[in-house]
Design a binder for this molecule. Structure first.
Ligand SMILES: [Zn+2]
Length: 204
């Protein structure tokens, strides 16, 4: 799928459901990847208005501002983002934003470097090494993969059952609003893409 087709599709979703953070997030991310930094920033600003806890959106927004030449705004957004990520237990976005701030010579909000983020610190009972990539909680792993195949295994390894339950109605919306035919390969791959973005699992 070309960048333009994807961006068009995500736009459609934000228009059909303007309060859906996922549509704006996907649109912002696609614009960022396509080098459309101003549009990316506008979409990602919308995401953090709808969901001020989504630390990954702060990270991408800061990135969009930096690439658009607005260093001041990038610093402001990432400074907020580090604290949001730390409170929410999102280790990876937190450290990435802290590194970006450091590389720009900007002050980094205090947190214990290398330590478990605040949101994940209290759970001593978990020794499985599991933590949910979306909410950062080290508990609540799904009992088994939600479906067969490598993608099901990936979700099992990375997603807690609460986040999985949040995704299901969102997935139904995606299907309805985009008119996806899951029997087709293109429909299935679009659906999977939304799912991975919602669950904040990197595609590799
Ligand atoms: Zn979770």
């Amino acid at each position: 799928m070309s960048d333009n087709t994807r961006i068009q599709q995500f736009k459609q979703m934000t228009e059909a459901d303007p309060d859906n953070e996922l549509g704006h997030f996907s649109l912002g991310k696609a614009c960022l990847e396509a080098g459309r930094f101003d549009e990316a920033a506008a979409s990602l600003e919308r995401v953090i208005t709808i969901n001020p806890k989504m630390s990954k959106a702060f990270q991408l927004l800061g990135d969009a501002y930096e690439k658009a030449g607005a260093r001041d705004k990038a610093v402001e957004v990432m400074t907020r983002g580090v604290t949001v990520a730390d409170e929410h237990g999102d280790l990876m976005p937190r450290d990435a934003m802290a590194d970006a701030l450091k590389s720009w010579g900007a002050p980094v909000p205090a947190f214990a470097p290398g330590a478990a983020p605040a949101g994940a610190a209290s759970d001593a009972g978990s020794d499985s090494g599991f933590s949910c990539t979306r909410c950062g909680q080290p508990r609540g792993q799904l009992e088994k993969p939600p479906f067969k195949g490598p993608l099901g295994g990936k979700i099992h390894a990375n997603t807690c059952s609460a986040c999985w339950r949040e995704w299901l109605p969102m997935g139904t919306k995606v299907i309805n609003e985009l008119g996806l035919a899951l029997a087709s390969e293109a429909g299935q791959s679009t659906y999977d893409q939304y799912m991975l973005e919602f669950l904040q699992i990197e595609e590799r």
